[in-house]
Design a protein around this ligand. Structure first.
Ligand code: 5AD
Ligand code: SF4
Length: 435
């Protein structure tokens, strides 16, 4: 019997890459590849890369450097680069790294098996097209293996917003939505295999238009799928939070009370320079309406400090906005110059100022996160259990608000959804007892 070939995938960046890596592994499964968790015994290594900030992109080249020895020992080893660095710098990767056999962009990875077949005897393959055909249709059915209780499901890709700092519209292309019927089929299939919670993914997920009532329409249909208990979605743009979606937060029980709604900055001058097409005030109004619909909604956000031309005063506007919103969690970054984006050409803020602002912002966001988490003590929440904890009998799951929760619960299994009373709050998680 021939030994199955082994595939090692290393995933960088966002949740959509996590989803894409799964789909690529499934596509290669059809070619006799099984996944391995180490590059050392792999027949093929695939890096699924991220281009959003400079550091993320640099990691690819240093990781490739580490594979040189492996390739010398095993010349048959195939090395591929996928994802957004592949899209943005495909030719450059081929030129700089002769050990790379293939490069495939995020919109053409359904062609991975064909590309692989074209390599060998010195031949290399590159595909960074934005093809006409829908890759999800070309990939068709997913594997039938049993799944964990949570899953990502990509429903929308690409972005037409062109924020002045962002590479996504260039690496992922124009906004495209998958038809609702396809998404529902995939969701039902996931549920059949044990999934209880689905997070709908898109670079601009609330601009989804694969259903005539938009993302809210899709969510309401998903909510009718028996066995699917929880629905989340990410990432959203404030301008696409329409009335239907805000209402769904109020009356759709399966839609969880947690929303990631990036604002990036609190200064209207900077928001304008960022090409965000909203003001601090209009963002705050959206939050107000969401909280009217769902008072216990936990908010999360993304922030960039040190965007070109940002002054101390502009930065203080960001701090003031954060004070007003009170975030349950947040991600904050120093602005990173991305080649080809408009902001890269402008007057840059010094590294020292970026460091100082990031530290102040993260201190404030950290305090807010902890305060909101501590306020959970004494409350009863739903927890979906995902895995066994480090201590015997302990299970770990996620609250409705996405906090990690540890519970002593002999007899509980991954996939169980139970009511839990929160008893204490630690640095990164809550502890509770079954009700
Ligand atoms: N520099 C720093 N952060 C960035 N992001 C996007 N582009 C950049 C950049 N050039 C951040 C934004 C976005 C998140 C995914 O990454 O906050 O919401
Ligand atoms: Fe990038 Fe998001 Fe702006 Fe689109 S909306 S350009 S993905 S930051």
């Amino acid at each position: 019997m021939t030994r199955p070939k082994k595939l090692f995938i290393k995933t960088y960046g966002c949740q959509m890459n996590v989803y894409d890596s799964e789909r690529m592994a499934e596509a290669m499964g059809g070619q006799g590849y099984v996944e391995t968790d180490t590059p050392d015994d792999a027949d093929m290594i695939l890096l699924n890369t991220c281009h959003i900030r400079e550091k993320a992109a640099e990691k690819v080249y240093s990781e490739l450097g580490r594979y040189r020895g492996l390739k010398e020992d095993r010349p048959d080893l195939k090395i591929g680069v996928a994802g957004c660095v592949a899209q943005a710098e495909g030719q450059e990767i081929m030129r700089r790294q002769p050990l790379v056999d293939l490069v495939v962009g995020p919109q053409s990875y359904h062609r991975l098996p064909d590309l692989l077949a074209r390599t060998g005897n010195g031949a290399r393959a590159l595909d960074t097209d934005f093809p006409e055909e829908d890759k999800f249709e070309a990939l068709k059915g997913r594997g039938k293996a049993k799944r964990g209780p949570t899953a990502f499901l990509t429903v929308q890709e690409g972005c037409d917003k062109f924020c002045a700092f962002c590479v996504v519209p260039y690496t992922r292309g124009a906004e495209v939505s998958r038809p609702a019927a396809r998404v529902l089929d995939e969701a039902r299939d996931l549920v059949e295999r044990g999934v209880r919670e689905i997070t709908l993914l898109g670079q601009n997920v609330n601009a989804y238009h694969g259903h005539d009532k938009g993302l809210a329409g899709l969510i309401r249909e998903l909510a009718r799928v028996d066995g699917l208990e929880r629905i989340r979605f990410t990432t959203s743009h404030p301008n696409d939070m329409d009335d239907e979606l805000i209402a769904a937060h109020g009356d759709c029980d399966k839609l969880m009370p947690y929303l990631h709604l990036p604002v990036q900055a609190g200064s209207d001058r900077i928001l304008k320079r960022m090409n965000r097409h909203h003001t601090a005030e209009s963002y705050l109004r959206v939050i107000e309406r969401l909280r009217d619909a769902r008072p216990d909604l936990h908010l999360s956000g993304d922030f960039i400090v040190g965007f070109p031309e940002e002054t101390e005063e502009d930065f203080r506007d960001t701090m003031a906005l954060v004070e007003e919103v009170k975030y349950g969690s947040a991600f904050s970054f120093k602005y990173s110059e991305r080649p080809g984006t408009p902001a890269a050409e402008r007057a840059q803020v010094s590294e020292a100022d970026k460091d100082d602002r990031l530290q102040r912002l993260q201190a404030l966001l950290g305090r807010q996160q902890r305060e909101l988490q501590d306020a959970m003590v004494g409350r009863e929440v739903g927890v979906l259990f995902e895995k066994v904890g480090r201590h015997p009998g302990q299970m770990v799951g996620k609250s409705d608000y996405l906090h990690a929760v540890h519970v002593d619960g002999y007899g509980l299994a991954p996939g169980d959804l139970r009511r839990v009373r929160i008893t204490s709050s630690g640095p990164n998680s809550l502890r509770g007892t079954l009700v």
